[in-house]
Ligand binder design. Structure first.
Ligand SMILES: [Ca+2]
Ligand SMILES: [Ca+2]
Ligand SMILES: [Ca+2]
Ligand SMILES: [Ca+2]
Length: 354
């Protein structure tokens, strides 16, 4: 067969596959976290931790011991013009979110209208309590702050809230008893109703500190940090762990180390402390993000991110770059291969007998 005939047959085949590619789309969950790196532009020489990313990926909240706030630790925020663009200089939203007391572990709701966080401002139920700040639209500042009440808060230390997209389920951590922090869950029937009494989440807690739950949007995967053993780093260092379930009616599984989750990853390192995970609202979409904190020293931690990659587990005719889609990238790849002159470069891997 003549070379130019092969070329047009190939382009026709790829084009046909493009038209048919919708047939082979599937729900993909198996993937891995990679491209672990600091979030640029948000660092300070002090503790920066507790990231929470808005659903549109354009605003990030975190807590920091840096100077320039209302006193003690505060919640800070940064925005960017588009996903992938640089983060702007962090700003302090001021009161009523921040106060002279300690504020930490912000968590922004899916609609961006409520910011859950921990504060030691007093007047609550004792030690740290979880509060929520509210606003009427995402274009105006938060104006009201409420204590979440006695279902969530207690004389013990409540910390690290994470809410479901409908805000009817709240995960948190509470430090009491011999087992250090444990992960709790509280539910309510209406967003304006108080939460029921928080209870320990079955299977996910250990005798070590277990905290910073981050619930996936579908409610089936719970990320957390834990001091439990065995871990990847030095004994007793915090690392990121993951618990899963197949439906929201079931208990979570016993957590697995994040490095053993999915197809495996290397988020937990052998020397650093990894903690405070926040899974993006679009996870497990290909390219979605996990934000977390990495301890640099006793007095310094920074915000990091990792990217979820989903290789295609199915054979898709014409999918040359293994992304489960057949599109112009595959056409370009095919065309590039075709243009290799096998008569002059027969050793090239792209050369096939014609
Ligand atoms: Ca820092
Ligand atoms: Ca403060
Ligand atoms: Ca409390
Ligand atoms: Ca515990």
């Amino acid at each position: 067969m003549k070379a130019h005939q092969n070329k047009w047959i190939t382009i026709f085949a790829v084009g046909l596959a493009v038209l048919l590619s919708g047939v082979v789309q599937a729900d993909l969950r198996q993937g891995y976290f990679t491209d672990v790196k600091p979030v640029p532009g948000l660092d300070s020489p002090y503790q920066d931790r507790g990231p929470s990313i808005s659903a549109d990926g354009l605003t990030i909240y975190f807590c920091s011991g840096r100077d320039g706030g209302e006193g003690d630790w505060d919640i800070w925020m940064s925005t960017r013009r588009a996903v992938g663009a640089s983060w702007g200089a962090p700003i302090n939203p001021g009161p009523p979110i921040n106060s002279p007391a300690w504020e930490a572990s912000p968590h922004i709701s899916a609609d961006g209208l409520r910011l859950y966080f921990q504060s030691w401002r007093g007047g609550g139920y004792g030690q740290g309590d979880i509060y929520v700040a509210e606003r009427a639209s995402t274009s105006v500042p938060f104006v009201e702050v409420h204590n979440l009440g006695s279902g969530v808060n207690s004389p013990a230390n409540e910390y690290t809230p994470s809410v479901s997209p409908d805000e009817l389920t709240l995960y948190l951590s509470r430090g009491e008893g011999a087992d250090g922090f444990d992960v709790y869950v509280a539910t309510r029937s209406l967003t304006r109703a108080p939460f029921d009494s928080a209870r320990r989440v079955a299977n996910v807690n250990s005798s070590a500190n277990d905290k910073y739950p981050s619930i996936s949007s579908d409610g089936l995967t719970l990320f957390l940090d834990s001091h439990r053993l065995p871990n990847t780093g030095p004994s007793g260092y915090e690392e990121l762990w993951v618990a899963t379930r197949s439906s929201c009616c079931e208990h979570f599984s016993t957590p697995v180390n994040l490095n053993d989750f999915g197809l495996g990853s290397s988020v937990n390192g052998p020397t650093a402390v990894e903690f405070a995970p926040c899974i993006s609202r679009d996870w497990p979409a290909n390219g979605s993000k996990l934000y977390f904190a990495v301890g640099i020293s006793e007095s310094d931690s920074d915000l990091y991110e990792a990217t979820w990659v989903v290789p295609c587990p199915y054979y898709v005719a014409g999918d040359l770059n293994d992304d489960c889609r057949v599109d112009f990238l595959d056409v370009a790849s095919f065309a590039a291969n075709w243009l290799i002159d096998c008569n002059t470069t027969p050793e090239d891997a792209a050369c096939v007998p014609k």
